[in-house]
Every structure is written in structure tokens, then in C-alpha cells.
Design a protein around this ligand. Structure first.
Ligand code: GDP
Ligand code: CA
Length: 308
């Protein structure tokens, strides 16, 4: 049996970690957004791959909501003292990931480095980037075009979101691990994690062939909504959907996945039928490990019921 999950960063990582615990060892592949990746201080930083990796390794920092647990900040303190760039926080532990990745990327692909880093942390699931080729999310705003991290971190998502594009996507090839998971005869379900539909899922779908391969696969596909009572649990997803004139209703979310999903899991606060799609409601807030595993099991059961 195999299950393919598609995820962005922190929100996606919560469900991915639950799935990892709910499924037999080796059954799960998590295909991860790399549109947020960027070069900073000479380092290649892959925020979503790292969020998923830290969560699967049980090393995610829950208090802070991102990054590594037990983090310290000596590097940033000294960087600021020396007049270096201080707008993007790099914790001391996290920094090791970026340095090792950057070093290894001179010899091997992002997929290979990711396999090495996740393997070193004892992760038994496959974590694969959507592509080994660079894809960079650019946001068109009322203040002009902004590179993803300029919009997200430097400007804290304040500019009004007009549109996004994914530079490099036209030439990007799907990663081997992602393609293998999609073609796996043992594949039983595709699960869209509760990630930001515009900033985390769209870039994955922008890689040539991904959307068609997902749509063509005759296995149940289900998504978990990132919205609860019309609000995002965290981050700018609701603000962006509002600025795009889409809104955050289950129907608006389902429209983001047209042709890709059979079922949508929404929070009990958002329960109600949507035309053309099967919905199911649950308590979708994942506060801890127990919630993550419960919601993961519910998503797997939902997919299994749709297969009948
Ligand atoms: P990012 O790349 O770190 O921004 O993370 P993602 O794109 O993967 O996830 C962001 C989304 O996760 C936000 O829109 C949140 O609303 C959603 N999210 C975070 N925690 C939860 C949760 O416990 N339950 C649900 N349903 N969604 C969540
Ligand atoms: Ca992200």
C-alpha cells in the first residue's frame, strides 16, 4: 500500500506527521512545495521541506510554530552585531541544515540531499521535493512584484495580493520520487494537506505534468481544509483568498481543487454540502500529536470510503 500526500510547510507538515504515524512504515510519500526556496547569505534555504522534515522527525518547535525545537539564536545575534542581514531568522540548529544542504547541492540533487537529511534524522517516510529544478514563487502586489520571502517575511504579507507566478516552472521537471509515487501501482489515495492553496499547493500543480498526472490517477483524492470558520489557523491564506475575491468558504476551497479531488474534509464549523463534491466534517484543528493522528486516520478512512 502507498499513500501520496502533497504539502507546503507548517500546516501541511502537521497532517503529514499524523499520516506518518498512522500508516505502516514506508507507505507514505510526502511531495513538498519548493516555490518558497531561496538563496540567502550564500545558503540554499527550503522552508517547506524543512518544516515537513522537522515535523516528521519530531523536532518541530511547537511554541514558536516553525523551525526546530530547542533552538538558540547566537548566529543571528552575532550577524546583527556585524551588520549582516537580520530580516530572516536562522536559528543555530536550523543553520546546520542549510549549510549541509548547500554544501551537498554542489554534488547531488535536492531530492538526494533531502533523502540524506531525512535519513540522518531517522525518518522512514519518503520526503520529496516537487522538483529538483528551481521554481520561485513571485507575488504581484499593489506594491509591485515581490519575491516570496520578501512578501512573506520582510513585508509580513501586508501588501495586497493580486496574483502569483512561479518562475522556472515551465522548464521544471517533476522529481523522480514524486513521479514514482504518482505512478506506483500500490497507490491507494492522494491526500492534499491543509496547506495554503495559493502559496503552497498551486506551485506544486505548476510543475508540468503534475496536474494531469494527479487528475488521471484513478484513486480517491481528498483534501483537508486549512480554514476553520472561514479563518486560517495561521498565516495569510484567508487574507489572500479574500484579496483575490474568492473567499474562504468550503466551495471556494473546493474550486481550487477542481478536477483533482473527490472529497473535501472541512471543520464542523463549516459543514454543509457543496455541489459536485463529497464533504465530511470533523474537528480539524490539530493542537498536538493525538489530533494529528486522529485527523490523519479520518482522512485515510474518508479516502477508503470513497474508493467503494
Ligand atoms: P506554510 O508553508 O508554513 O505556510 O504552511 P502550509 O501552507 O503547509 O500551511 C498553512 C496553512 O495551514 C494555513 O492556511 C493554516 O490555516 C493551515 N493550518 C495550520 N494548522 C492547522 C490545523 O491544525 N488544522 C487545519 N485544518 N489547518 C491548519
Ligand atoms: Ca511555505
Amino acid at each position: 500500500m502507498s499513500i501520496l500526500a502533497i504539502a507546503g510547510g507548517v500546516g501541511g507538515a502537521k497532517l503529514a506527521a499524523g499520516l506518518a504515524q498512522a500508516l505502516p512504515e514506508g507507505a507514505l510519500t510526502v511531495a513538498v512545495n519548493t516555490g518558497d526556496d531561496f538563496e540567502h547569505m550564500g545558503l540554499t534555504i527550503c522552508p517547506d521541506l524543512d518544516s515537513v522534515t522537522y515535523a516528521l522527525a519530531g523536532l518541530n518547535n511547537r511554541e514558536q510554530g516553525w523551525g526546530v525545537t530547542g533552538e538558540s539564536w547566537a548566529f543571528m545575534e552575532m550577524t546583527r552585531k556585524l551588520g549582516g542581514e537580520g530580516w530572516f531568522n536562522l536559528g543555530d540548529r536550523d543553520l546546520a541544515t542549510h549549510v549541509l544542504r548547500t554544501q551537498r547541492l554542489r554534488q547531488v540533487s535536492l531530492s538526494q540531499v533531502t533523502a540524506e537529511l531525512t535519513g540522518a534524522l531517522g525518518i522512514r517516510q519518503k520526503v520529496v521535493p516537487m522538483s529538483d529544478d528551481p521554481v520561485r514563487t513571485i507575488i504581484a502586489t499593489d506594491e509591485g512584484d515581490l519575491a516570496f520571502q520578501d512578501y512573506f517575511v520582510r513585508r509580513q504579507c501586508k501588501p495586497v495580493f493580486h496574483a502569483m507566478r512561479f518562475d522556472g516552472a515551465e522548464k521544471a521537471r517533476i522529481s523522480e520520487g514524486f513521479a514514482q509515487a504518482l505512478a506506483d501501482p500500490a497507490l491507494e489515495a492522494i491526500i492534499f494537506c491543509p496547506s495554503n492553496p495559493m502559496l503552497s499547493i498551486e506551485p506544486v500543480l505548476s510543475v508540468p505534468g503534475v496536474r494531469d498526472a494527479l487528475a488521471a490517477r484513478r484513486v480517491p483524492a481528498v483534501a483537508l481544509s486549512p480554514f476553520i470558520a472561514g479563518q486560517a489557523v495561521k498565516g495569510p491564506a484567508a487574507k489572500i483568498m479574500g484579496e483575490l475575491g474568492l473567499g474562504t468558504t468550503p466551495a471556494a476551497l473546493a474550486a481550487c481543487y477542481t478536477g483533482l479531488i473527490d472529497g473535501l474534509m472541512v471543520d464542523k464549523a463549516d459543514d454543509g454540502p457543496i455541489e459536485g463534491i463529497i464533504t465530511r466534517a470533523s474537528d480539524t484543528l490539530m493542537r498536538d500529536d493525538a489530533d494529528q493522528i486522529r485527523v490523519a486516520r479520518e482522512m485515510l478512512a474518508f479516502a477508503q470510503d470513497l474508493a467503494r
